[in-house]
Ligand binder design. Structure first.
Ligand code: DSN
Length: 420
């Protein structure tokens, strides 16, 4: 690859690993719901000389000299994030979505404070209070979940828990939930107990930007996100908040949660926000959802159960019990044929998180490569065939060739990289 010319000269061992991963991404059918392919300007910015500068603080109030130029970039990024999401204040410094959440907690919580968050096993995120994560160790998170019948967020449970525990903060948002969230309802619950309200929209940020899904920004005190998932860009995070929290958030980010900023990544985010304002991006976001809905429909026709009966966004949870399979079995068999998904617990899963009864499938990455509903039909059929032939390697080997042929029709960065 032209862009890795020096790596090839200086470290052939490492170069070969990148080359191998390029080949995997080139022909593989990528359906991990948190993945996307960053546009080439983002690859360039993430590899740019901006990585060389050290900054701490915010534009105009720095702890190092020589920040005049870089301040222009950060101001531009903040302004674009505010415009894109109609937010009062933005901070694009968080290194990741987890860091973005840490920055908000650092802004308004003290260790031991009580917080409500969606449990990981019903679709939440590690940083929403899991015991293995800093959030669950430093704060008193009370988990809420889903209604067993509808498999939708149990808003009555949130209200009951809020009244019982009087939390300082309620966190909404998920990494494995396929339905729209009623932000206004949770906001009203939060305000009734005098709690702050934060939404982690990491998974759906791109769909919100494109107005394919409703925005949490009018309702939430803080909104966190990554730029990597449906925003399809830089590997990092950011926070939006009401102006009255701006100072608290900036101080909680630096020096509260992070040291010097990653300016090359912040520049990539800045491009990301501009790209997400284009009609091309909006069209992509609409197609992501159309593809997910088509794939869910095909899988249902093939006898899989889709949690909650369908999807409003880029992902779906597939219950494999009707096929008498576990998540780990199907994940492995799909990986063997070249389709990447992840095993995932379904609501009220009788299996452990290591085995699981489900898989999570997302359509972001393949939509970026140009796939449409007809391709989703083909992928749905292939997934069903793999499930029916889970250990029949003669059949799986034939399917592998079909997957490779399909993947090769949707190349990665066509015309950008020189061939190996
Ligand atoms: N939270 C993980 C996921 O959803 O896959 C990583 O972002």
């Amino acid at each position: 690859m032209k862009t890795l010319k020096s790596v090839k000269e200086k470290d052939i061992e490492l170069y070969r690993i990148v080359e191998e991963e390029f080949a995997r991404q080139e022909v593989g059918i990528e359906m991990i719901a948190s993945e996307s392919y960053a546009p080439t300007p983002i690859l360039e910015l993430q590899g740019s000389i901006l990585t060389n500068k050290t900054t701490e603080g915010v534009p105009g109030k720095r702890y190092h000299a020589g920040c005049g130029v870089i301040d222009k970039m950060e101001v531009l990024g903040n302004e674009r994030a505010k415009t894109l999401f109609k937010a009062e204040h933005a901070n694009i410094q968080p290194h990741s979505g987890s860091n973005a959440n840490m920055c908000v907690y650092q802004s308004i919580l003290k260790p031991g404070d009580t917080v409500l968050g969606m449990s990981l096993d019903t679709g939440g995120h590690l940083t929403h209070g899991h015991k293995a994560n800093f959030s669950g160790r430093f704060f008193n998170f009370i988990p809420y979940g889903l209604n067993r019948e509808t498999e939708l967020i149990d808003y009555d449970e949130i209200e009951r828990l809020a009244n019982e525990h009087k939390p300082k903060l309620i966190v909404a948002g998920a990494s494995a939930y396929s339905r729209e969230i009623d932000y206004e309802k949770i906001y009203n619950i939060a305000k009734s107990v005098d709690a702050y309200f934060m939404v982690d929209m990491a998974h759906i940020g791109g769909l919100v930007a494109a107005e394919v899904l409703p925005s949490p920004v009018p309702h939430a005190d803080f909104v966190t996100s990554t730029t990597t998932k449906t925003l399809a860009g830089a590997r990092g995070g950011f926070v939006l908040c009401k102006e009255k929290f701006a100072n608290k958030l900036d101080k909680a980010t630096f020096p509260g949660a992070q040291g010097s900023a990653h300016l090359h990544i912040m520049a990539a985010k800045t491009y990301n926000f501009k790209h997400a304002m284009t009609e091309e991006f909006r069209e992509y976001a609409r197609q992501v959802v159309k593809n997910a809905q088509k794939l869910a429909e095909v899988l249902q026709e093939k006898g899989f159960r889709i949690v909650s009966g369908g999807t409003d966004n880029h992902l779906m949870l597939v219950d494999l019990r009707p096929k008498d399979l576990t998540g780990v079995q199907l994940e492995k068999a799909l990986e063997y044929v070249g389709i990447t998904v992840n095993k995932n617990m379904i609501p009220f899963d009788p299996e452990t998180s290591v085995t699981t009864s489900g898989i999570r499938i997302g359509t972001t990455a393949m939509t970026i490569k140009g796939m449409k509903e007809t391709n989703m039909e083909e992928i749905g059929n292939i997934i069903a065939e793999v499930a029916e032939n889970i250990e029949d390697y003669k059949v799986l080997d034939k399917i592998k060739i079909r997957v490779c042929d399909l993947g090769a029709k949707f190349p990665l960065y066509p015309g950008y990289f020189e061939s190996f």
